[in-house]
Design a protein around this ligand. Structure first.
Ligand SMILES: Nc1nc2c(c(=O)[nH]1)N[C@H]1C(S)=C(S)[C@@H](COP(=O)(O)O)O[C@H]1N2
Ligand SMILES: [Mo]
Length: 473
């Protein structure tokens, strides 16, 4: 079911999930309120419906959100509505039994309003408990609270990235504007940086723990890195690029001195109970990231600290990271237990996202090409279904790693070795709709395989083909 939702429904699946969850919550509130009112009628004690509603709604909300204090808001909202309905009911009901139609209708509408009030109260409570790094509970967007020092340190490279972007309708600049988000839970974990810790455990010389301040005191570096989700569609929008700031994970590996036999590691978040296993080698090239695009890491992207592992599918870039466990033996990750194979290197792709008609009638198409750490050397475009190919324009590679830790962190300082490059192609369009095919070559000259493959289980692959109708542009 989950695989169907991801591969067939895509983002719609997530929205349906939210709608269904909301309906369930409203129904649960109605049930609790209904019970309180029914018990109150049975025992004939006037305060029971109100107090029962308050207690029930509070318990339900606190249990569901693990936030007892904001849950008081939901309880108060529901209790006020029930109390008002009860008062109105009792003053009018003098000489009339509550078993008549009027009474019943009043009870039913009070239940409805109470359920709605509790739902709204909970929603308000949730948006007001977002953390300092911004973003709402369900979707943090690109938020992230500001940090003038970080902003200053990435300023020049942000400008360079702008120069290395193509401005075409439908296509992101080199630094993504709305970085995609993929989560197993619909409410993001919310860590207090003062309480958050990272435990380094397992087959090591010595286990240890790091606080957020410990990490901020270490030398950091900045890197352009692209993430791509194994569950996206071939020409989908779950491939994005940002400047990430963090501490090289090699520092942590060195200090831990792993002793296990499998050469493998498990990253875990106890924020959402997510975990992924992959080779130790990959970890050593990674970052323990606390910054994104010159701001604090936003909640939706894993605040306060996430892992960033070059060249691999997105899923091993564990967000809200709380544990690095060095293993003795291989173990399956969260998605692998569900049939996916998303811990390895990404497949190569040249997306076709941008399409625009110029004033002179020419069409410009473009997109981003990404091959993980294998790098992109060329993108070709065909307008005749693959008979003949033309070379597209390609932006220079994005800048390499910089900052105090860049030299020792394994990050390439010459150019960004795990970031996309942008391509574009300008042509005189034929009359009417036509197909455009794009394909990429890796840095060593390897042409990406043509055969199209869907997301499940190994990730999407193949040449991207798009129908373009110049009269629509
Ligand atoms: N803790 C945690 N980390 C996670 C996930 C998650 O659901 N929980 N999703 C993973 C997946 S499938 C992807 S593709 C990337 C997406 O990172 P983003 O949401 O910052 O784009 O995060 C990975 N890290
Ligand atoms: Mo993913």
């Amino acid at each position: 079911m989950i695989t169907f939702a991801i591969t067939v429904l895509g983002d719609l699946g997530q929205k349906l999930n939210l709608v269904f969850a909301t309906l369930l919550v409203a129904a649960a509130f109605a049930l609790v309120t209904g019970l309180a009112v029914a018990i109150g009628r049975r025992v004939d004690v006037p305060v029971v419906p109100t107090l029962g509603t308050a207690a029930g709604v509070w318990a339900l909300t606190a249990a569901a959100t693990v936030r007892p204090v904001p849950a008081l808001g939901a309880a108060a909202g529901a209790a006020v509505v029930v109390a008002a309905a009860e008062l109105a009911g009792s003053s009018e009901a003098v000489g009339v039994t509550t078993e008549d139609g009027n009474g019943r209708r009043r009870v039913v509408s009070a239940l409805g309003v109470a359920a709605a009030a509790a739902t709204v109260g909970t929603a308000v409570g949730r948006t007001q408990t977002t953390d300092a790094s911004g973003g709402s509970a369900t979707n943090a967007g690109n938020g992230g609270s500001g940090d003038s020092e970080l902003a200053f340190e990435v300023e020049d490279q942000v400008a360079t990235a702008e120069e290395r972007s193509y401005d075409i309708d439908g296509m992101d600049p080199a630094i993504s504007e709305g970085f995609y988000q993929v989560d197993i839970s619909s409410v993001n974990p919310n860590f207090d940086t003062d309480e958050w810790t990272l435990s380094v455990t397992g087959a090591v010389e010595a286990e240890f723990e790091l606080t957020y301040d410990d990490i901020r005191e270490m030398d950091h570096e900045h890197r352009f890195m692209t993430l791509r989700c194994v569950g996206e569609s071939l020409n989908g929008h779950k491939t994005d690029t940002a400047i990430w700031t963090g501490v090289p994970l090699s520092t942590i590996v060195e200090e831990a001195a792993p002793t296990g036999d499998c050469g493998c590691v498990m990253l875990r978040s106890d924020g959402d109970d997510f975990y992924e296993q992959f080779p130790l080698d990959a970890l050593e090239d990674g970052l323990l990231a606390f910054g994104m695009n010159g701001r604090h890491l936003p909640r939706g992207h894993g605040a306060p600290v996430r892992a960033l592992i070059p060249g691999h599918w997105g899923e091993i870039n564990v967000k809200w990271l709380t544990e690095v466990e060095f293993l003795e033996a291989e173990a399956e990750g969260y998605w692998e237990k569900r049939g996916w194979h998303g811990t390895g290197p990404v497949e190569t792709v040249a997306k076709i996202h941008g399409q625009q008609r110029r004033e002179d009638g020419q069409v410009v198409v473009g997109g981003h090409a990404y091959a993980g750490t294998r790098g992109i050397s060329e993108v070709e475009v065909s307008l005749d279904g693959g008979e003949t190919w033309e070379t597209a324009e390609l932006t220079e590679r994005l800048p390499g790693a910089w900052g105090p830790a860049a030299e020792v962190g394994g990050g390439n300082t010459e150019y960004a070795e795990d970031a996309w490059r942008s391509w574009r192609y300008v042509y005189d369009p034929p009359d009417g709709a036509h197909d455009v095919v794009a394909r990429a070559y890796e840095a060593d000259g390897t042409l990406q395989p043509e055969e199209e493959r869907g997301a499940f289980p190994n990730g999407p692959a193949g040449w991207v083909e798009q129908t373009i109708d110049p009269s629509d542009l």
